[in-house]
Structures are given as C-alpha cells and as structure tokens.
Design a protein around this ligand. Structure first.
Ligand code: URA
Length: 236
C-alpha cells in the first residue's frame, strides 16, 4: 500500500509529523538504501525498506499505543459531550484506533489503543480472565477482613459473585490506599466491590492490564507506541 513517508514514520511513533519531516530533511531516513529528501515521497509500506539513523523499521500491520487516560474523557471513538481518549492522539496516528475496554469518566490510567480487533477480543474476553490492577484511594479504613472477602469473591448485585480478587493495602487511616487486582471487567466493578463493603472509592487509576504496566514517566494525557517487548508480551 502506498503511503506518504512522513505519515508512515509518524504512524510508527518515530515522532510527530513535523519532527519526522525534520529527520527526513536532515538525511536521517533512507528508503531502500537511498537517502530520502522529500517527506511527502510515497513509499510502499509492505515492500520498501525504511531506516531511521540506520535502524530498519518493520512493517506494522496493526498499531498499538499506550495512553495514560486522564480523568474527564470517555473511552469511546466519538462523543457529543466529552473529550474522547482518541482526542489525545494526533490525527496522523488515530485513524482506525479504538480503546481496548472502558474506564469510567473519572478513572485514570493505562489504556491500550489499537486497530487489532483480535487482540482486543482476546484481552476482553471474559473466558480469558486477563488481570487488571488498580490503584485505589478509598474513603475510610480498608481492612484485612475486606481483603479476605474480596479474595473469596463478593456479591455486588449481579447473578454471580465476583471472581477472587487480590487486595493489597498500602496505607490505612481515614483515607486508605490499596491495589486491587481483578480478572473480570464488570461495569464499575472496582467501585461496586468497595460499595459492597460500605466504602466509597474517591480516586481510581489502572496501573496494569495483562502484561502491560503503566510507565511512571507517562503522565496523564500522554501516549506512546508499545515497545517491541510489550508487543512481544502480547504475542504481537
Ligand atoms: N472499575 C470501576 O469501577 N471503574 C473503572 O473505571 C474501572 C474498573
């Protein structure tokens, strides 16, 4: 498929459209061994060999990005009222992407954006029990008894109790901090689990999903392409 060189490079996360243009003009990019001079030149992304500073880029059939979702935006591709998670990516990379799963409007944290439907299905399928870990701030003292109840599975008003979940208490007091790992993705699950023991979640951030971990240097609203290692961990 024929595509503009600068669009191709930006889509692979080499830089923004203007950054990659600069790289091309600075002679850092070669196409089939020949220095590229025009960012707008057309390349065949499946056949041409493109190198940046001598390093070969591999043709990526699908795109994978990690976004640190900030509070106040919705996990949807469009919305009439709120910003969407895709609004944090430039137009050059967002085409065809969708969020893998949902976080609430006020929840922050790790969100995978991709156009790989098979991977999304595998990560979200209830049968796969993919683990998700949340950092939680709760109004009130979280107790070992509650950790025990969560470990056994708790009734949150659905047909079945939740699957066993791991609660690690980080700090106690009038406001507690904890990490909760669940292996389902029910609607408002974390908030409903704490509500079932009479506690209110006042802050929620997803810090891991399957093999992916929220990088500490990725601030709310920032995104980056998955690394080779992260893709390999997902089998991609
Ligand atoms: N559980 C919740 O209650 N909210 C989220 O956004 C994610 C998990």
């Amino acid at each position: 498929m024929s595509v503009r060189l600068d669009k191709y490079l930006a889509g692979l996360g080499v830089g923004t459209r203007s950054e990659v243009k600069k790289k091309v003009r600075a002679g850092q990019v070669t196409v089939n061994g020949v220095s590229a001079v025009r960012p707008e030149m057309k390349i065949d992304e499946t056949a041409d060999e493109v190198c940046v500073n001598g390093e070969k880029l591999t043709y990526a059939r699908f795109a994978y990005y990690l976004l640190h979702k900030p509070a106040g935006c919705v996990c949807a591709v469009s919305d009439r009222v709120h910003r969407t998670v895709l609004d944090y990516l430039p137009d050059t990379v967002r085409g065809g992407l969708f969020p893998v799963g949902r976080l609430d409007l006020d929840t922050e944290g790790l969100l995978l954006l991709t156009d790989d439907g098979a991977l999304a299905h595998a990560l979200l399928s209830p049968a796969k029990h993919v683990k998700k870990t949340y950092y939680v701030k709760v109004d009130g003292e979280v107790t070992d008894e509650e950790a025990c109840l969560f470990r056994r599975g708790i009734d949150i008003g659905d047909d079945k109790p939740t699957l066993p979940a791991e609660l690690v208490i980080l700090s106690g007091g009038r406001a507690s901090e904890a990490e909760l790992t669940i292996s389902e993705g029910r609607y408002h699950q974390v908030k409903r689990m704490f509500a079932a023991v009479g506690k209110e979640v006042v802050y929620l951030k997803r810090i891991a999903m399957g093999p992916l971990v929220l990088p500490e240097d990725l601030k709310p609203g920032q995104y980056r392409p998955l690394t080779k290692e992260e893709r390999a961990a997902l089998g991609r």
